[in-house]
Design a protein around this ligand. Sequence first.
Ligand code: INI
Length: 155
Amino acid sequence: MREHSVEVDGSGLRIGIVASRFNEPVVARLLEGATTRLVELGVDDADLSLAWVAGAFELPLASRAMAESGSVDAIVCLGCVIRGETAHFDYVCAEAASGISRVGHDTGVPVSFGVLTTDTFEQAAARAGGTKGNKGADVAEAAVEMARLLRELVR
Ligand code: INI
């Protein structure tokens, strides 16, 4: 059996990051985790590009534009949606998740999902460099692995 395993090596990869300003203190920590991990994995700082959008709802459209531009090998989407008293949370989460997934499927550019969806600010902070790690770092690594794997699979 031929197994397609790849090294999670970011050298030479161009990575786009789309980050949403809503709940900015949390997203800033996700961004820090993501960029630190990308550089640790060998991505050159000059090969990173960052675009900010208003909220998680806007992540799919901006990441699609980035993917279609042909300028990146993978995209990391970062955001934070915290449940309020209305159904708004559900709509924003659903659109962000399915929209981001669709961009990857439609364009062939891997797009990782780094949107925290939590009940409280504390739960989000714990996952943005707190007691539960940093989701930004995790999804950055997933983006590098997917970029490498797709290159390997289409060879
Ligand atoms: N956007 C978020 O990223 N997180 C949230 O918690 C949030 N809440 O709670 O409303 C949120 N709303 C804004 C939304 O993403 C859009 O920016 C807005 O609806 C404009 O299209």
